[in-house]
Design a protein around this ligand. Structure first.
Ligand SMILES: [Cu+2]
Length: 132
């Protein structure tokens, strides 16, 4: 009886250690998932309110020289898009489609100008790329 008890306790401890070790592994892998980008779709941008603090797309205005590209990364847990134009009036220059969490989208800007964009899912999300 005592032996069975000891074996059971040992099994429970080992199971706990395995779970602990695998959870630690996941934490150490996390930074590799994060893609670096120029503009971030922030957490909580899927709810209205981020526009009040200018934290839907961060930064909401991005300056580049013509011929360069911009990469957007969705760091939120919800879908987002990067779509040229304004909500209800897309300009058809670029459209990322729905970006999954940690998915990114890159577009090359060859001509100077001001490029407005928005998220097709969240009308309050707006940004601009200024190409000089
Ligand atoms: Cu969105």
């Amino acid at each position: 009886m005592i032996i069975i008890g000891i074996v059971t306790v040992y099994a429970i401890i080992m199971t706990g250690l395995v779970i602990f070790a695998s959870s630690k592994e996941k934490i150490s892998e996390e930074p590799e998932i994060v893609v670096s980008g120029d503009v971030i779709m922030s957490t909580k941008s899927s709810r209205p309110g981020c526009e009040e603090t200018d934290r839907c797309y961060i930064p909401s205005v991005f300056d580049i020289n013509s011929g360069n590209q911009v990469t957007w990364v969705n760091e939120d847990s919800a879908f987002h898009s990067v779509t040229s134009g304004f909500y209800g009036e897309p300009s058809d220059l670029f459209d990322s489609g729905h970006l999954d969490p940690y998915e990114s989208f890159t577009f090359n800007f060859d001509e100077k100008g001001t490029y407005d964009y928005f998220c097709t899912l969240h009308p309050w999300m707006k940004g601009q790329v200024l190409v000089g």
